[in-house]
Design a protein around this ligand. Sequence first.
Ligand code: ZN
Ligand code: ZN
Length: 345
Amino acid sequence: HDIIFVTPGADLRYLTGYDALPLERLTCLAVRRTGEAWMIVPTLEKPSALAHKVPDMGIELLDWQETQNPYSLLLSAVGQPQRPLVNNLMWVEKAFGIQGASGTNVELAGKLLSDIREVKTPDEVTFLHEAGAAIDQVHMNMHKWLRPGRTEREVGKDIAEAILAAGHVTVDFVIVASGPNGASPHHELSDRVIQTGEPVVVDIGGTMASGYCSDCTRMYVCGEPPAEYLDHYAVLMAAQEAARLHARPGVSCESVDAAARSVLESAGLGEQFIHRTGHGIGMETHEEPYIVVGNKSLLVPGHAFSIEPGFYFAGKYGARIEDIVTCTEDGIKSANNTTRELVVL
Ligand code: ZN
Ligand code: ZN
């Protein structure tokens, strides 16, 4: 491989600071193994690329007009590539465009970029903790919006406004899953009216101006939940804590999953924990490292990921407790610090 092509998205923003929107017109960074770099942008977006100081980074800025073929322009600037790589989330249309213009097959960058991105610098760790503090602020005000008689959608709309008011520039997702809806981990807001005594899963996140994301789940109930739910919830809290206490440099990602899972399994809740324990987070909400069975990679200081075990009983209810943590020299530091207890409103 002697060159990599990267189109708009988190990879491009990470490498250049340019958060161009992924659109139908081609914007593409090309970096040679030698360090030479080019970026092609539509002429109408050239002012935006200049505002992001693309040429100041030693990247040669090219632009293409509406009737030109951007792929041939780019390839004639960079020269004939050998086994070119493309970023994993490049649109197929763009990857085929590069293949067509170069007459050679492209290959996936695979872990090339995620290996760099998954270990955060001290600045990035700070940004993630700022994002965590902002989403904590929203959870701390949940009593203002969440109550019986309101629909999930009504509550979700208030939460979305609060996510922005807390300092995020975008709302990435708002899950308000009441009663039986809580059994679906990625439930979408519905018109279901929240009832007294029902556990409600609230999993929310956004992106800060820094480009870094928040993601935090807390559990709420208005009134008295079923007694067996409280028993399950105590197990879940212990499972989530076990994973937090276990995580430190040198342990494998899969062992962090096992730390949480074994607590749920020994209480008979293993079957109800239907997803991995966590995912990395940074400029994307889900990125490497994944905290999942089979991931034998070892944690190192700078890794940032979620610890979010849950249990899900179809037709009844569900629960999840989620913190974003960053790996330190001797353990982890949580970016989310509101109570992990079931919050009774
Ligand atoms: Zn989440
Ligand atoms: Zn998450």
